[in-house]
Design a protein around this ligand. Structure first.
Ligand SMILES: [Zn+2]
Length: 462
């Protein structure tokens, strides 16, 4: 069970952990659910007007510019370079098949032919171009699209297919995953193994078992449980106000859909086009002590969220952008996949010592959470009923608000450092960074502060 520190933090995070297993079990990508924390605490605070985004936040621009520049050289296009090395021709080889195995599709065969002058006999008499057994063919580096790259990589990495099959990934999501696999230089099977060994090594260091270590980590970085702390909804039910609240929720949703700022409305439309809906589940959220949760493109809300929206739609803009758009757009969480599969490799007795639903969020959820926080950043206000991405908002206002854990991006990076095998971290961050770079809704200031936090939190392990 959590100690004092964890108690302090639990309102921020732990609830979604608990919500994971039961939330939206009907969704076709249940594992991808990222149900989310947000605390009640700030509800009712005095409104602070949003002064726009002209002012620069407290960022040392010069310090991050070098990294920014280096980062901007990452692939912006939806291609990934495949090939390199060579292939020794065997009896049944064809250029088409070599191309297929190397680049994921046979259509690149002419690239191989061009790279090997003299080793491919010209087509004649209706026969195909000939290659000769024993010849060593150079395999040129070729930029191929994510679908082709995936097909080529899955040959050596079957778990990649397993992961991809769980989710309907768009090209950008697929690129993030491929980027990770490439940067890590490991197959998913190796990553999963490395993470399991990490659990075991961490446990051994503390003289406990892997299952005990994982259970302990849930307490130390995820917090304890908020369940049952609030009786607010129960009282509403007792007083017969369920129908009235349902009506208030519907009115709040309508207000948010129609009166939010244009960029928020547009994000809601995009989420809606992807099947996302507003869900009313006050008993769950109240019991968990959260304001809102996300799963796929959905946002599930409770009483505090409705009250904030009634007061001013801008107070829930950060929450909507975070839950509906941020987590929805990020999609499949690669670190979570590795964490879950690693946990599944432990002995059943060890697994029984920890809550599998907490494994995802303790060891893998940070990736999607950081992305969602960066999306949210532009809408952070002191009177959001939720936490904040950084210590300042785009207007430079102080977001710390007397709380110890308001910088969620930094917190998530700390959790990644504590919970992910060091060999995996750089690759996971590369995939995440790629997505951050290519998401136009993320502001440059947010990118800069993210890089600053990466340097400060992970500088010694990267
Ligand atoms: Zn989140």
């Amino acid at each position: 069970m959590p100690g004092g520190v964890a108690q302090k933090r639990e309102t921020d995070r732990e609830p979604d952990v608990v919500a994971m297993p039961e939330a939206d079990a009907d969704q076709d990508a249940a594992d991808q659910q990222v149900a989310v924390r947000e605390s009640h605490e700030a509800i009712g605070r005095e409104e602070v007007p949003d002064e726009g985004r002209e002012e620069s936040p407290d960022v040392d621009e010069a310090a991050v510019s070098a990294e920014d520049e280096a980062a901007s050289k990452l692939q912006h296009d939806l291609t990934i370079e495949m090939g390199g090395g060579s292939h020794t021709v065997t009896k049944k080889d064809t250029l088409w098949e070599i191309s297929e195995a190397t680049y994921g599709h046979g259509k690149y065969w002419k690239k191989i032919r061009s790279a090997n002058p003299g080793k491919v006999s010209a087509r004649r008499n209706g026969h195909r171009d000939l290659i000769h057994t024993g010849d060593e063919l150079a395999l040129p580096l070729v930029k191929v699209g994510p679908r082709d790259a995936f097909e080529a990589m899955v040959v050596n990495d079957p778990a990649l297919r397993e992961f991809a099959d769980q989710f309907a990934m768009n090209d950008e999501q697929l690129m993030g995953m491929l980027q990770q696999a490439r940067s890590t230089g490991m197959t998913y099977a190796q990553m999963i193994d490395a993470q399991r060994q990490f659990y075991e090594a961490q446990a051994a260091e503390r003289g406990i078992s892997a299952g005990e270590y994982i259970a302990e980590m849930h307490g130390s970085i995820g917090g304890g449980t908020n369940a049952g702390k609030s009786t607010k909804w129960a009282e509403e039910v007792e007083n017969g106000r369920e129908a009235a609240w349902q009506a208030r929720f519907e009115a709040a949703e309508e207000k948010v859909r129609t009166q939010s700022r244009p960029d928020v409305r547009q994000a809601i439309e995009e989420a809606t086009a992807n099947g996302g809906v507003f869900k009313w589940n006050p008993s769950k959220l109240d019991a968990l002590g959260v304001v809102a949760m996300g799963s796929n493109w959905n946002i599930t809300v409770g009483m505090d969220w409705v009250e904030a929206a009634e007061d001013d739609v801008d107070r829930v803009a950060a929450s909507v952008m975070h839950e509906m758009f941020g987590h929805g757009a990020y999609g499949a969480v690669r670190a979570m996949f590795v964490a879950n599969e690693s946990f599944a490799q432990l002995d059943p007795e060890e697994q029984a010592k920890a809550n599998p639903a907490l494994v995802s969020l303790t060891f893998g959820y940070w990736e999607s959470e950081i992305f969602a926080e960066l999306i949210e950043f532009g809408h952070d206000r002191v009177d959001n009923p939720t936490d904040h991405a950084f210590g300042v908002n785009p207007s430079g206002e102080d977001m710390s608000d007397g709380k110890t854990q308001t910088h969620d991006v930094r917190k998530q990076l700390q959790e990644a450092k504590a919970g992910v095998a060091p060999t995996l971290l750089p690759g996971l961050l590369q995939g995440l960074w790629r997505r951050i770079q290519n998401e136009e809704r993320i502001q440059d200031e947010a990118r800069a502060m993210f890089l600053r936090d990466v340097r400060e939190v992970l500088g010694d392990v990267l």
